[in-house]
Design a protein around this ligand. Structure first.
Ligand code: ADP
Length: 484
């Protein structure tokens, strides 16, 4: 049950509400109690004032040694209320007169209790004193003040029963005791209803999301209100689905292209082998020719599989770079030297511009692969008698390695796509020329190599007079040692 967010929300809400209600009722009770006490004190002070006025008047009317006692009795009779007890004490602490003596007397005699004694002792140290006195049903609020009459000092004490106040406070407590639980039950039911209502779109979304799989990845969650939090959640989820389906689509295309590229050399291998085996007698020359074709296609196949493997590992971030310090100008010179045979075969003039010393911290074999790919393309797509030139210059913190050819260039509309996997501007030509025309992976791999070194590879320009590819590589040592 606690696994449900609705239930958990309701429980939390109820717990917080209970605490708030308890705190509020405690504060209310305390304020109520304080104002009751204050009212009682004001009442006691006023009563004492009125009592002393009456007492004064009566003392003047009386004569003899008992005049204060007699005047006190008259004043008590005049001011006596059911909940009040009056007493006048002389300066020796003896009762001169008390309402207890006047019938009907209060049922209990509080003046003899130790609590009263304590209060009375304290009153001798203050001119006026309020305090609590035990006794009666619920105790008394006591008030004591001194006054002088006929040359002597007396203390008047008025006790007000707290029974009525206590009853009121109990009534308040009893009201809280049933109002709070009812409020909590009602509020929890409301809270559960609200939680249910506000989480309903989430439940609907999760049901919808549960139905979306590889087969219907195009479906999207319904967005009720794109400005609220749930709308944002649905939009984020839809965004995730968009990215997933694009990635699925890329994977699917990659697989389809890869199998397509692999099918051709495999078909040639099979066909050539079948032809060679179908004839009983073949000359040595014919066998050599067949084996040559088989070898060429096997090499092509190996090349494609290796490229695919490189790209897959690069995608998964599992291609570890092995950087070391070396000179880029030397690597370029070596690569140009390796490509010389290819260029000679096509009577292409291969020029290398003298470069200054170019120290670099990079993965040498990957950079060699990139340079050879670019040189290979430049030679492959340049007609016989053309030229290919290579330059490497330092500009700020990076090297710009450019390979320019005098080939036919790449049509402007195809230029943005040449770095895509398996893209070939002229598929038919690459295939039939039988010159090792790649599967359209060379530039993808080269771009990845440049980026893995925190650089970039760009087609700087291309027109019918030729093309220039430029790789920008950081001249400073690389901070990280792994490719991504
Ligand atoms: P491929 O293995 O087909 O050469 P790449 O990824 O290396 O694959 O190149 C992709 C496509 O870009 C090529 O098929 C070609 O059409 C075009 N291309 C690459 N380099 C050049 C170049 N130097 N001149 C003209 N076209 C080029």
């Amino acid at each position: 049950m606690l696994d449900s967010v609705r239930v958990r929300l309701t429980l939390w809400y109820t717990a917080v509400l209970t605490l708030v209600l308890i705190a509020l009722s405690t504060i209310t009770y305390f304020i109520f109690w304080r104002s009751t006490v204050q009212r009682t004190d004001v009442n006691l002070a006023e009563l004492s004032e009125a009592f002393l006025t009456t007492l004064d008047a009566e003392v003047n009317d009386q004569s003899g040694p008992d005049s204060l006692r007699l005047a006190g009795q008259v004043a008590i009779t005049e001011h006596r209320f059911r909940d009040h007890v009056f007493a006048i004490f002389d300066d020796a602490g003896n009762i001169v007169v008390s309402s207890q003596e006047v019938p009907p007397a209060s049922s209990t005699a509080p003046f003899s209790s130790p609590s009263f004694q304590h209060f009375f002792d304290a009153s001798s140290r203050a001119d006026r004193l309020f305090g609590k006195v035990k006794g009666g049903r619920d105790g008394y609020r006591g008030f004591a003040r001194h006054f002088s009459s006929l040359g002597r000092t007396y203390t008047i004490v008025i006790l007000q029963s707290l029974h009525q106040q206590q009853e009121m406070l109990e009534e308040v407590t009893a009201t809280f005791a049933w109002v709070i639980p009812i409020a909590i039950v009602l509020a929890s039911a409301g809270g559960y209803f609200l939680a249910r209502k506000s989480l309903a779109p989430v439940v609907a979304m999760s049901t919808q999301a549960g139905r979306i799989g590889a087969a219907n990845l195009h479906e999207r969650l319904a967005v009720q209100n794109d400005r609220d939090e749930l709308g944002h959640l649905a939009q984020s989820f839809n965004g995730l689905l968009d990215r997933l389906s694009q990635s699925f689509e890329r994977q699917r295309r990659f697989m389809a292209d890869a199998s397509h590229e692999l099918r051709t050399p495999v078909a040639i291998l099979r066909g050539e082998a079948e032809v060679a085996l179908s004839q009983q007698e073949r000359s040595l020359e014919e066998y050599r020719e067949s084996l040559g074709v088989l070898h060429q296609e096997a090499e092509r196949l190996t090349h494609i599989v290796e490229d695919l493997f490189t790209l897959t590992r690069a995608d998964a971030g599992q291609y570890p770079l092995q950087p070391r310090d070396f000179y880029l100008d030397e690597l370029i010179a070596e690569s140009v030297h390796s490509a010389r045979t290819l260029a000679l075969a096509k009577k292409i003039c291969l020029n290398l511009e003298e470069a200054s010393e170019s120290p670099i911290h990079a993965d040498e074999s990957l950079l060699r692969r990139m340079i050879l790919n670019l040189l290979d393309n430049a030679i492959k797509y340049t007609p016989e008698g053309g030229s290919v030139s290579v330059t490497c210059r330092r500009g700020g913190k990076e090297y710009a390695l450019s390979i320019t050819d005098t080939g036919g260039g790449i049509p402007a509309d195809l230029q943005p796509r040449i770095f895509e996997r398996f893209f070939r501007a002229d598929k038919a030509r690459s295939r039939t020329e039988n010159d090792g025309g790649g599967a359209g992976l060379g530039l993808s791999i080269s771009r990845w190599i440049a980026e893995a070194h925190h650089g970039r590879l760009e087609l700087t320009h291309s027109n019918p007079a030729g093309s220039t590819f430029t790789a920008y590589l950081p001249a400073e040592p690389l901070p990280s040692a792994t490719g991504s």
